[in-house]
Design a protein around this ligand. Sequence first.
Ligand code: MG
Length: 343
Amino acid sequence: MRRATLYHYSLPMEAGVVLRNQRLKSRDGLVVRLERDGRQGEGEIAPLPGFSRETLAEAGASALEILRRWVNGEDPLADGPGLVFAAGAAVPPAPPSAAFGISMALAELDQSLPDAAPYQTVPLCTGDPDGLIPLLAALPGRKIAKVKVGMYEAIRDSVTVNLLLDAVPDLHLRLDANRSWTPAKAAGFARYLDPAHVARIDFLEEPCATPGQSLAFAHDTGIAIAWDESLRDAGLSIQARPGLAAVVIKPMLTGGLSHCRALVEQAHRAGLVAVISSAIESSLGLTQLSRLAAWLTPGVQPGLDTLSLMRSQLIRPWPGSPLPLSTHGELFQTLLEPVARLS
Ligand SMILES: [Mg+2]
């Protein structure tokens, strides 16, 4: 017998979390729980406002339709960015967040998603760089941290990057400009960067507004770049380009598990590093992304350092997090009746 439950959650965010000029007071999403033959699997469906094309209501409506079919014995095939049924061409493909959450629940159910995860992430450096240096110096293994750039003057970013790389000699950085620089500002950042540090910048995500400007920046400066937004907004295909080192894949914004897996394989075939990254999921989604990264991108640390933006965790704890844990019982739930009672 199959049973599906959808839970709605709303987790309070820390004050001051702003996404694309919009304050995010709470993170809202759905948890899908599937049960079959005594086994269970869960997944998170959480479109990110300002980043996802679909709303939570649209993702929820799509998920309900898919789960009704699943409870009635149909099995969806993850195929492309959405989730489609082999025998259900009339059903529109699910939006990425619904496809991802349901495909993760199915992967737990059929035990195709390995349990092993290091629960490590690349720390996101915010605030006073001097205060971060002892933390960065103490990182285990290959030391990597992430710095958001492009929010203030480009020269201030160069100073911060120089300071961190000077202070911790075996530190490597991932930088992310979120397309905020004009070509002139990007050139200004490179001009004030110590040339000896370029090799320790693993990549800089999306320096400029267009992929062409970003590639020109990489060519002119020798700083490796990575695609993130361009993979979705500009619909770029994953292929090797001079100066391109990596692609950042955010499954919640991208689609079902098999689609994400295909993108990772495309990146590897093109000689690129694939980095699994979060779209501010709850601890449930983050622990699953850590397992997914350990499986699909072994040896590459995922970018999952977003839990501290929230005031509580959800259902499954991230090891070591001090935040309180919300349980199923605290969430609003919609139970889809098992097939025996529907027929
Ligand atoms: Mg990015």
